[in-house]
Design a protein around this ligand. Sequence first.
Ligand code: GAL
Length: 423
Amino acid sequence: MNATRKALAAGLAALSLLAVSACGSDSESGSTDEVEVFTWWAEGSEKAGLDALVKVFDDQNPDLKFVNGAVAGGAGSDAKNVLQSRLQNGEPPATFQAHAGAELTDYINAGQIEDLTDLYEEKGWNERFPEGLLERLKQDGGIYSVPSNIHRANVLWANPAVLEKAGIDAGKTYDSLDAWIADLKKIKAEGIIPLSIATDWTQVHLLESVLLADLGAEAYNGLWDGTTDWSGSEVEAALAKYSTLLSLTNTDRQGLDWPDATQLVIDGQAAFNVMGDWAEAAFQEQKKTLGTDYTATPVPGTDGVFDFLADSFTKPVDGPNPAGTEAWLETIASDEGQVAFNKAKGSIPASTTADTADFNEYQQTAIKSWGEDEIVSSLAHGAATSVNWLTDITAAVAKFGSNNDVAELQEGLVEAAEDNKPE
Ligand code: GAL
């Protein structure tokens, strides 16, 4: 994180502390009816997803009052810092969003969230979620959060009209990055943005997709468990492709977040965007039709692999309203909550009991892939690494965005792995 963003995050942290203390002493006594839910779903289609969930919560809990503790910034780019300050200052919200996988274990290791084993048993939740997902919420026999959704990270969004304009068959799919890069160059020659992108974390998202496409699932997994060498020639080759791809993006990326980059495709100013399937919610919100106004396919070279992440909700230690927290977690686990939220969010239910029959066409493809594909863990969205490792990778990627030095990027990634890789 650069100095400006750090200052901003610190400012936001201070503001949200003020907001919490302004809620009054009720929350300290534990008798409050307020349930503060901390997420980064603050705007646009993400807020619409949260709103759908809140509606279910309100219906299920007429005596409780949802309080929106959201901090804007895609992928939690600012929210995670604000949250950390609050947790360290002993001002936790009633519940907060955390990614299943390595990110969750950070909060577990720091003793910041409670073991929900009893709640899972009491409510029968162990039978309601897939075993592989539950494993990513567990540590030392405890289970620490309730998953709200499954997102797919490796999706390529395209505007068919723009492709046709550049003389490219809009129905075409690519089985490798090289084939795709060749077309991106043709698009650039037409004066159109080939690939839209935004601020640092979206560049990490692109890098993750490139590593997955170029190394393949097994070697990609090896990056996180130490069996793939970050300093090797395979990674070097993938980084060269990343560099080429970045040279085919819009240059004003730093001021943008993911909705802006996706919007460039929606508006026909860019041909492609690589983004998780929360982008589906943005296309839907603007009444776009899959297959006509846009297409959604696996990132070239990643067909048959589902780059996975899941949001989940926690019960912070010494939270302000434990009963309110449990009520929110019940909404998250309920079929009503899973269906309402995921329909609006572009994701698919984490629970196996939610009825997905009337989920949209894109979501049906995600449901199918989730059931059939090889599952790997997303880097940019907390499934693969700790928050600290991701922060170090993001710093190396951000630096590359300004100096375009592939060797330095690789060194930065090697160092990040050395400093953070689990024992
Ligand atoms: C992810 C999160 C998604 C979506 C996305 C963009 O990290 O899991 O739910 O919000 O960030 O902000």
